[in-house]
Design a protein around this ligand. Structure first.
Ligand code: PMP
Length: 397
């Protein structure tokens, strides 16, 4: 079967991690991988997750199937997290949520669902974006188009170009947007800009699909939902894919959700029936453990408060490391302005380092950065920050 088939290319970021693991240099630093790391360079299990697991161990009576869309209480808690308590979407029962295997599963289920009812639509992705966006929507059968997003010269958003392009997107097409913490650039629209984007969606009739993979890691849980709130206020149909890999540290439990928002509760019921039909033919029903952890934490005020603290600490550490990097480079007399790194949000940053610098850092200093210069700021620690700043300063000298 495979003799005459060329091998598929390896995932470039996971390949970088492999190379990092095999590097014998004791000073090596991994700024490539897409997971949060604490100040000791490890990806911890949150204490609230351990506590929830202990509770689950005591109360779980069966490993029988979950409902197709997951535990209903999970869905309610996710809507509270995504839209905020008292949101009109919740009070008017306008959203259907299915627990999915990770944010990736949520994106794919959403894409499959839309494809069934919008077979002619294209999907618009930001330039640049997380590589799997193109992969997931292509796999679901969509032609892919790009809208302008990141401006390498100003290290900011190409907002006018973005808006002009979104104004030309045909009604019915899908526009995939990063709700916060844009991966890979770290550049997000501000509140006013989100409102303008949402107004274009309402005016033009394209379908917003928000990828919400980093809620709580940009500014905070509430502030990070600015995009969601802007689309919610328009009353249009839209989709939200949540991931709990980063904000709950549940990477290998594959825990996420797909939420379909409709203008009315009646339409939502129809959407829910098709959402379930789509899940049924993809994976039948979701893996339970991660979703039950999230549900347990969000249903118990003390656990939720603890989670919020732990998430705020992760977010705060990222912000502190951005500051330390910018200050560290300035203190070493680097005259290139890196202050934009402090303005970026979330784990990722387009560092502005050229590909030659990225290659040099890897070969000579064992500092691993993704091609294009994306760094995972959470890979910086108080133990390696001086080495990284020294090395970048040396590279730029
Ligand atoms: N969207 C974006 C932008 C991401 O960066 C990621 C994770 N790298 C995901 C979605 C999917 O996350 P998950 O691991 O939960 O599938």
């Amino acid at each position: 079967m495979w003799k005459s088939v060329a091998a598929a290319p390896a995932d470039s970021i996971l390949g970088l991690t492999e190379a990092y693991k095999n590097d014998p240099n004791p000073h090596k630093v991994n700024l490539g991988v897409g997971v949060y790391m604490d100040n000791t360079g490890t990806t911890p299990i949150l204490q609230c997750v351990k506590d929830a697991e202990r509770i689950l161990l005591g109360v779980e009576q069966s490993k029988s199937y979950l409902p197709i869309s997951g535990d209903p209480q999970f869905g309610r808690q996710i809507q509270r997290l995504v839209f905020g308590e008292g949101s009109d979407i919740i009070t008017n029962d306008r959203a259907a949520t299915a627990h999915s295997p990770g944010g990736t599963g949520g994106l794919r289920i959403g894409a499959e669902l839309i494809k069934r009812f919008r077979p002619e639509a294209a999907t618009w992705i930001s330039s640049p974006t997380w590589a799997n966006h193109r992969g997931i929507f292509t796999a679901a059968g969509f032609p892919i188009k790009e809208y302008p997003y990141y401006d390498a010269a100003s290290k900011g958003l190409r907002f006018e170009d973005l808006l002009a392009t979104l104004n030309q997107v045909p009604a019915g097409d899908v526009v995939l947007l990063h709700a916060c913490c844009h991966n890979p650039s770290g550049v997000d629209p501000d509140e006013d800009q989100w409102q303008k984007i949402a107004a274009v969606a309402a005016d033009r009739g394209w379908l917003p699909f928000l990828d919400f993979a980093y809620q709580g890691l940009g500014v905070g849980i509430e502030a990070d939902r600015t995009a969601v709130t802007a689309f919610a206020a328009t009353g249009v149909d839209f989709f939200v894919a949540s991931s709990f890999s980063k904000n709950f540290g549940l990477y290998n439990e594959r825990t996420g959700a797909i939420t379909v928002v409709s203008p009315t509760a009646e339409e939502k019921n129809i959407a829910l029936s098709h959402l379930k039909a789509t899940v049924r033919v993809c994976y039948s029903n979701p893996p339970a453990h991660g979703g039950l952890i999230v549900k347990t934490i969000l249903s118990e005020p003390t656990l939720e408060a603890h989670w919020r603290q732990e998430l705020a600490a992760m977010c705060g550490r990222i912000v502190a490391m951005r500051q330390a990097l910018v200050d560290g480079l300035a203190a070493r007399g680097v005259n290139q302005d890196f202050s934009y790194i402090k303005r970026q949000k979330g784990m990722f940053s387009f560092s502005g380092l050229a590909d030659e610098t990225v290659a040099w850092l890897r070969e000579c200093k064992a500092i691993y950065v993704v091609g294009g210069g994306r760094i995972n700021v959470a890979g910086l620690t108080s133990a390696n920050i001086d080495y990284v700043c020294d090395s970048i300063a040396e590279a730029l000298r």
